[in-house]
Write a protein that binds this ligand. Structure first.
Ligand code: UDX
Ligand code: UDX
Length: 447
């Protein structure tokens, strides 16, 4: 099948940057990104400095491709109708109710996408899972497409995205590997080849890995679990460092110089966040339990439990320093994003740590260079479940570092570079990212 038109459903952190780079490297293709949220589409079509996703280098790629071979549209049905290849890049959060609540992935958006494709399609389509999904989801999608479709042929591929936020464009331009899973049938392999050809326009063939669908789906969950496990491993050791007088940064360096271990993902922190790690591990735990592998499930669950422990331990350090009560204390929160160089705060450690400080009585002043005031207040409302009156009384969002005055304590929760230059006067700094040379308390350093 010759591919000329591509549609991507979901204009989020994954769909937006990924399609922009595919468009940049494939000027012969016309790519249309659609989204159920028309405001998001409007923002993607608006000024480059206000795109819905902040990523270094993204605005340049959008400027080059937008209106030429990359289009953002809210006409979902028309884009599906015209495309030979459809990427599904909608979100798959952890289920909040029903069977598997708190663990399993909520597939309702993916299933709704499949239903819509089935209803609209009048020609054969290649449907690609871009969203991270539990193993064997492709089966379910195929069932929906075949049962509810108009008799046309659907081929399902799994093509998980491995980009990390903050370095998305670089990761997409020079990925470690691209993974494509497809059926071992003739039509399955033809579809795999069609997608390989698109990536081969800029990625060396030996980095494009093809597997069966299930290996591809599971590899994404496994990669995220292994990465998160390294962070929880080093964070668990940071607690021991504080008891023994070892220094976690020295320990990370010494461990990481062993080439069998490697130096990446060994930075101790207040805890990992982001839309993927916790969700994907809980999903893995749920899958293991489903298949009766309780020991395996418990092994991976521990990665999330250590992460919760680390966030809690950090907040408790501050509370204990003030004798267990923060009433009347003014605490500055530096950083709301789950990591530097992104405006994304999903599952950010900051949301949890700030909540615990607030509920212990503190008055908070919050600053992040990229996360908007609206997003911060929205996170507070959704996750803290406090009355807006109390929140209004004891929370202020700062919009520049120059307004940071001396306070009782400062908590650094995201590793933004600009925090290194702030004058803290006599404030007690609790450095949750070990970005400062000197602080009152740093993770994993004996003080
Ligand atoms: C991605 C992946 O798809 C997800 O599986 C992964 O685990 C996290 O990253 P992401 O791009 O970060 O999701 O999510 P988000 O930025 O929320 O974007 C998803 C978009 O899909 C949203 O803009 C949402 O409006 C859109 N959407 C959702 C639809 O267009 N239709 C729907 O039915 C549901
Ligand atoms: C992750 C995976 O890296 C990526 O491959 C996948 O596609 C999506 O999930 P992302 O969540 O965007 O990417 O960021 P990542 O750089 O992995 O960081 C995740 C969290 O771990 C952040 O909160 C980060 O601050 C934290 N982290 C990371 C540490 O605390 N220490 C480290 O050494 C590395």
């Amino acid at each position: 099948m010759e591919i000329k038109n591509i549609c991507c459903i979901g204009a989020g952190y994954v769909g937006g940057p990924t399609m922009a780079v595919i468009a940049l490297k494939n000027p012969q293709l016309k790519i249309t990104i659609v989204d159920a949220n028309p405001d998001k589409i409007k923002a993607w079509n608006g000024p480059l400095e206000n795109l819905p996703v902040y990523e270094p280098g993204l605005a340049d790629v959008i400027q080059t491709t937008r209106g030429k071979n990359l289009f953002f549209s809210d006409d979902i049905d028309n884009a599906i109708l015209k495309a030979e290849m459809i990427f599904m890049s909608v979100n798959t959060p952890t289920k909040t109710e029903g069977e598997g609540a708190g663990m399993a992935s909520d597939l309702r958006y993916i299933e709704a996408c499949a239903r819509n494709i089935a209803k609209i399609a009048t020609t054969d389509k290649i449907v690609i899972e871009k969203s991270t999904l539990p193993v064997r989801t492709a089966e379910k999608i195929k069932e929906i497409l075949d049962l509810e479709g108009n008799g046309v042929h659907f081929e399902i591929l799994s093509n998980p995205e491995f980009l990390a936020e903050g370095t998305a464009i670089q990761d997409l331009l020079e990925p470690d590997r691209v993974l494509i899973g497809g059926d071992e049938t003739e039509s399955g392999q033809e579809s795999v080849s069609a997608l390989v050809d698109i990536y081969a326009n800029w990625i060396p063939k030996d980095k494009i890995l093809t597997t069966n669908v299930w290996s591809s789906e599971l590899s994404k969950l496994a990669a995220n679990a292994m990465l998160a496990q390294r962070v929880s491993s080093i964070n668990s050791l940071s607690a021991l460092c504080e008891k023994t007088g070892a220094n976690i940064d020295e320990l990370s360096k010494a461990i990481g110089m062993d080439h069998r271990i490697g130096s990446h993902f060994l930075k101790a922190s207040v805890g990992f966040g982001g839309s993927c790690f916790q969700k994907d591990i809980l999903n893995l735990v749920y899958l293991c339990k489903y298949y009766g592998l309780d020991e395996v499930a418990e092994y991976w669950h521990q990665v999330v439990k250590i992460n919760d422990y680390q966030k809690d331990r950090f907040a408790q350090k501050i509370i204990d320093h003030f004798g267990g009560d923060l009433t009347g204390k003014r605490i500055v929160i530096l950083g709301w994003a789950f990591k530097a160089n992104t405006n994304d705060s999903r599952e950010s450690a900051a949301i949890y740590v700030a909540e615990k400080l607030f509920k212990a009585g503190a008055t908070l002043e919050i600053y992040d260079p990229m996360v908007s005031k609206e997003s911060i207040l929205d996170d507070i409302q959704v996750y803290w479940k406090c009355s807006s009156e109390i929140v209004k009384d004891r929370i202020r969002i700062l919009n520049k570092t120059s307004s940071i005055k001396e306070s009782d304590a400062v908590a650094i929760l995201t590793e933004w570079n600009e925090f290194k230059k702030i004058e803290f006067y006599k404030s007690k700094v609790f450095d949750g990212r070990n970005v400062l040379e000197e602080s009152f308390y740093s993770i994993g350093k004996n003080k």
